[in-house]
Design a protein around this ligand. Structure first.
Ligand SMILES: Nc1nc2c(ncn2[C@@H]2O[C@H](COP(=O)(O)OP(=O)(O)OP(=O)(O)O)[C@@H](O)[C@H]2O)c(=O)[nH]1
Length: 427
C-alpha cells in the first residue's frame, strides 16, 4: 500500500515539473501584446536595468498633457529661445501658406525584412548592466554614505555633492535630500538594507510623472478611415535621432506593425542614406527628398504617402538643428505645421544625448519652446556616469522620458521604467 502511495507521489511530482517547464518555455517565447499600455513598475531583481515589459505603444489621436513654460521649475536665468541667435525671436515669420512643396522621392519599397528582429521581451534582458557607469558613480557612493548610520552635516553635504555630480541638478537634489532626511529619521533606519529601500522609494517617486510613457505610434481612426500615427523625431545633430528612428521602426515591425520612414533631414545627405539602410533592414518604405529639399515638403509627402498606403505609423526623422539658430528652429515648427495639413502629429520625440549633461538640458528647453515635445528619448546612457540627468530633464520639461538608448546596436532601445532604472543605479 505504502509503495503504491510512493509511486503515486513520484508520478505527481514528475507531471508537475513537466508542466512548470513547459509553462516557462511558452512564457519566454510569447510576443508582446500591442494592446497593452501598461506602466510596469515591478520590482526588478539583481540590481540591473531589468525593464520587464516591451515598449508600451498607444494609438495616436489623443491629446498630450500640456505643461506651460511658466509652470516649469529651474528656468530662471537660463538660456531661452532666441539667446545668442542670429534672428531675433520676434522677427516676422513665414506662414504656412508661403510654403512651396517640391517633389519628394519615394524610394522603392525594400523587399522583405532582410534580417530577423529580436522580440522586445528578449532584448530587455540583453540590456542589463548597461548602466554600470552611472551605478558606480551614483549608487555605490550614496549607499556607502546612507548605510553608515547616523549622518552628520558633513555626510549630508557629501550626499548632496554626489547627487549634484550625477547631474540631478540643484532643485531636484534639494528635494531628494530633504525627503531622505525626513524618511530616514521617521522610520529610524538603522541598517544599510533599510537605507537602500528608503533611497529606492524616494528616487523612484521623484521620477514618477502624470504623463503616460506609452509611445503614440499605433494607428487610429478618423472619420471612419484608418489614420497612421505620426511621430516626429527631433533633436540636435549627433544625439542619435536617425538611430532612434531606426530602432523604433524595428520595435513596431517586430510587433507586427507597418511603418513608413520620412527622411526630412535633407541638410545632411548621408542621414537619408542612413535612414534608408534602417528601412531596408525592416522592409519599410522611405520617402526622401532631393538634397537640399525643403524638409517640411518631405515630411508632408511622407505623411501623405503613409495615409494613402495605410501604414500603421509614419516616423519622420528631422534635421539636427542647432538650437541657437532661431531661423533653423523655426523651420522645425514649420515641419510640424505643414505635416498637420495632412494628419495630426501624435508624438514629438525629443532625442537628447545623456553624455552632454547640462548642455542637453539647454537644448531641451529651447526645443520645448518651439515645438510641443510629448516624449523624451535619452540616448547614450550606456556611455555616461551621469544617469541622473533623467531626473532633471523630466522635471524641467514636465514631459516623460519614454525611451532610453543603451547602446549602438539595432535593438538597444528600452522603455524607461523608473523602478527598474533606480534599481540599476543602486546596484
Ligand atoms: N553608445 C550609444 N551610441 C548611440 C546611441 N544612440 C545613438 N548612438 C550613436 O550616436 C551616433 C550619432 O547617431 P545618429 O543617429 O547619426 O545621430 P543624429 O542625431 O541622427 O545625427 P545627425 O543626422 O547628424 O543629426 C551614432 O554613432 C550612433 O550609433 C546609444 O544609445 N548609445
Amino acid at each position: 500500500m505504502s509503495s503504491t502511495w510512493f509511486l503515486f507521489v513520484v508520478v505527481a511530482v514528475v507531471v508537475l515539473v513537466a508542466l512548470l517547464v513547459t509553462g516557462l518555455l511558452v512564457a519566454r517565447k510569447r510576443r508582446i501584446s500591442l494592446d497593452a499600455q501598461r506602466e510596469v513598475e515591478e520590482k526588478p531583481k539583481g540590481g540591473s536595468y531589468a525593464a520587464s515589459g516591451g515598449i508600451a505603444l498607444a494609438p495616436g489621436g489623443t491629446e498630450a498633457p500640456e505643461h506651460p513654460v511658466e509652470d516649469r521649475p529651474e528656468v530662471d536665468g537660463q538660456p531661452a529661445v532666441g539667446d545668442d541667435a542670429a534672428v531675433p525671436r520676434d522677427s516676422a515669420q513665414r506662414t504656412v501658406r508661403d510654403v512651396k512643396l517640391p517633389d519628394a522621392e519615394v524610394a522603392e519599397p525594400a523587399p522583405a525584412a532582410a534580417e530577423e528582429i529580436e522580440p522586445a521581451t528578449g532584448r530587455m534582458e540583453r540590456l542589463r548592466g548597461r548602466l554600470s557607469k552611472s551605478r558606480s558613480m551614483f549608487g555605490t557612493s550614496l549607499l556607502g554614505l546612507l548605510g553608515a548610520g547616523d549622518l552628520d552635516e558633513d555626510s549630508w553635504q557629501d550626499v548632496e555633492d554626489t547627487l549634484l555630480m550625477a547631474d540631478l541638478g540643484a532643485a531636484t537634489t534639494n528635494q531628494i535630500v530633504e525627503r531622505l532626511r525626513d524618511e530616514l529619521s521617521r522610520r529610524a533606519v538603522r541598517s544599510s538594507a533599510e537605507a537602500r529601500e528608503v533611497l529606492h522609494e524616494v528616487l523612484t517617486a521623484q521620477l514618477s510623472t502624470d504623463g503616460h510613457r506609452a509611445v503614440r505610434a499605433l494607428p487610429h481612426t478618423v472619420d471612419g478611415r484608418k489614420q497612421p500615427a505620426v511621430v516626429l523625431v527631433a533633436g540636435v545633430n549627433g544625439t542619435g535621432k536617425t538611430t532612434t528612428t531606426g530602432k523604433l521602426a524595428r520595435v513596431l515591425v517586430a510587433q507586427g506593425g507597418t511603418v513608413l520612414l520620412g527622411a526630412a533631414d535633407t541638410f545632411r545627405a548621408a542621414a537619408a542614406d542612413q535612414l534608408q539602410t534602417w528601412a531596408e533592414r525592416v522592409g519599410a518604405e522611405v520617402v526622401r527628398g532631393k538634397e537640399g529639399a525643403d524638409p517640411a515638403a518631405v515630411a508632408f509627402d511622407a505623411v501623405k504617402r503613409g495615409v494613402d498606403t495605410g501604414v500603421d505609423a509614419v516616423l519622420v526623422d528631422t534635421a539636427g538643428r542647432l538650437h541657437t539658430k532661431t531661423g533653423l528652429m523655426d523651420e522645425l515648427g514649420k515641419v510640424k505645421r505643414v505635416v498637420e495639413k495632412q494628419a495630426k502629429v501624435d508624438e514629438v520625440l525629443l532625442v537628447l544625448d545623456a553624455t552632454t549633461g547640462q548642455n542637453g538640458l539647454m537644448q531641451a528647453r529651447v526645443f520645448a519652446e518651439v515645438i510641443d515635445v510629448t516624449g523624451i528619448v535619452l540616448t547614450k546612457l550606456d556611455g555616461t556616469a551621469k544617469g541622473g540627468i533623467v531626473f532633471q530633464v523630466q522635471r524641467e520639461l514636465g514631459v516623460p522620458v519614454k525611451l532610453v538608448g543603451l547602446g549602438e546596436g539595432p535593438d538597444d532601445l528600452a522603455p524607461f521604467e523608473p523602478g527598474a532604472f533606480v534599481d540599476a543605479l543602486l546596484g
